[in-house]
Design a protein around this ligand. Structure first.
Ligand code: NAP
Length: 485
């Protein structure tokens, strides 16, 4: 989403901290390459990787080259584009906590970029435990431009932003010592997904939805996130957070906010985020009796391990890999409408979607023998196979009056003859342009933590044992949703 443009056309230095890691190699650097291939990076730019792993610049380039694809540079131009991009990639290694590491990086950057003004984008592709020390080391080594200068320094931080409201507030305050709120870009990569951005357009650029977008016409909303894989080698990270912090508190709440907020005054970063915060503050925090937690056991065939048998997970872990809850929004538009939220790993399928169920037609004139009238349902599928589908009642062609629910289906793959950009491409471009609409503001983060912090504390204080479900299960852990009343 790009609503405003940054006027500077200075050279750009992109520093990827944790450049040896999964996120940097699989997502960030390939997204930068995609932007470069489309001519969307400034004429003069360089990528500086930094991490503890010792590696030569050549080794770093070889690592990067493994993940670059030529979606935007087909045919013969691919090799030339790849070579030109790799030439602009550089690497420095050292310990994150030592300012010497960043002074060395500074020297490397100055040697390559010269001494003129340069915009700087710092991407924290590192575990959250080291955010603070890296931000401090960047500040101490003079790598962060002050507000009055023409050039900017912006920092991109990946979730999780803390473990609860208190730790999140602490992290925000510590980071603010070096980067202001205006220069901090907290990424939730779900907000970069094409169809999530489309939620605002769907709601506010179509006349037909707004009049029915409330408790009067909507019976319930469900937000689902399922993955068919377990944690694998990422158990060390996941076990400290669990599914509520990893998916519900951020990805699903962000989708819910866009889906349920009031119309913003304008389409800009401030107005949209103001409405999201207002909405999040109306969400009633779920209590223990409103949440179900589960953890995957071994698959029934025995070929997939239980969560606690994963190589990097403690065998006694109580961390939920599945959770389902019902959220209530205490405002005039939504009072009484249940928002079912479900997220889980090692389930039967990969799906992330929203279903909006409308109320039944108030006066049904059709006879039950005609097939009955099902309520309308709007599905917004974020992944896989992005689609917007509206279930309507329809007469089956023929001499008899037979009714059948049918889908009006907008499948992105067939409807649009364009490749869908990766969420990181969109988000990185927004950081470069200075558009913060799709990034989480500090007050929005606090409001999101306020929803889940009490129940997370209760689950942990009471050592609630998650129900075990077999790896690859088709339904939720207990087979029932928590009480929706
Ligand atoms: N991977 C994803 O798809 C994904 C998606 C969403 C969010 N995230 C978030 O993005 C960040 C990076 O994710 P990632 O998957 O790339 O992580 P990662 O591979 O575990 O770590 C990235 C790099 O950080 C360094 N590192 C690892 N543990 C460290 C420690 N204890 N202290 C200091 N440095 C350490 C390592 O580099 P050196 O050993 O070379 O220093 C590693 O290559 C995390 O905050 C993660 O939650 C990741």
């Amino acid at each position: 989403m790009t609503t405003s443009r940054d006027s500077t056309d200075l050279p750009l230095g992109i520093v990827v901290v944790g450049a040896s890691g999964d996120l940097a190699q699989r997502k960030i650097i390939p997204a930068l390459f995609a932007l470069y291939c489309q001519g969307l990076l400034p004429q003069e730019f360089h990528v500086f990787g930094i991490a503890r792993t010792r590696m030569t610049a050549e080794g770093f380039r070889e690592l990067i080259a493994r993940n670059l694809t030529c979606r935007y540079a087909p045919g013969e131009s691919c090799a030339a584009k790849t070579a030109a991009f790799l030439e602009r990639c550089h690497y420095a290694s050292g310990s994150y906590g030592e300012s010497g590491t960043f002074l060395d990086l500074f020297e490397l950057m100055r040697g390559i970029e010269g001494r003129g003004p340069v915009n700087r984008l710092y991407y924290m592709a590192i575990p959250p435990t080291v955010f603070e020390e890296v931000a401090k080391a960047l500040g101490d080594s003079g790598l962060v431009a002050c507000g009055s200068k023409r050039e900017w320094s912006r920092i991109v931080v990946e979730k999780p932003f803390g473990r609860d409201r208190a730790s999140s507030d602490r992290l925000v305050a510590e980071m603010h010592k070096v980067f202001t709120e205006e220069t901090t870009y907290r990424i939730d990569h779900y907000l970069g997904k094409e169809i999530v951005q489309n939620l605002i357009v769907l709601r506010f650029a179509n006349l037909i939805f707004e009049p029915v977008w409330s408790r009067e016409h909507i019976e319930s909303v469900s937000l689902t996130w399922k993955e068919p894989i377990g944690v694998g080698m990422r158990g060390g990270y996941f076990d400290q957070f669990g599914i509520i912090r990893d998916v519900m508190q951020n990805h699903l709440l962000q989708i819910l906010a866009l889906l349920a907020m009031e119309r913003p005054r304008r389409f800009d970063a401030h107005a949209v985020r103001d409405e999201k915060v207002r909405l999040l503050r109306c969400v009633e925090p779920p209590t223990l009796d409103r949440i179900v937690v589960g953890q995957y056991g071994a698959s029934e065939s025995g070929t997939q391990p239980a969560y606690t048998a994963e190589p990097t997970v403690p065998p006694t872990s109580l961390t939920p890999t599945y959770a389902a809850t019902v959220l209530r929004i205490n405002n005039d538009r939504w009072r009484g409408v249940p928002f079912f939220m479900e997220a889980g790993k090692a389930l039967e399928q990969k799906v992330n979607e929203v279903k909006i169920r409308f109320r039944p037609v108030p006066a049904n004139i059709f006879d039950a023998s005609m097939g009955g009238v099902a309520a309308n349902e709007l599905t917004i599928r974020i992944q896989p196979d992005e689609a917007i589908e509206l279930r309507i009642m329809n007469k089956v062609p023929g001499l008899n009056m037979v009714l059948q629910p049918m889908p009006l289906n907008l499948r992105y793959q067939t409807a649009f003859n364009v490749g869908i950009p990766d969420a990181y491409e969109c988000l990185l471009l927004d950081v470069i342009k200075g558009d913060r609409s799709l990034f989480i503001r500090a007050d929005e983060l606090a409001a999101a933590w306020d929803i889940f912090t009490p129940v997370l504390a209760a689950l942990e204080e009471q050592s609630v044992r998650p129900a075990i479900y077999p790896f690859g299960s088709p339904v939720n852990a207990t087979g029932t949703f928590p009480a929706s009343g």
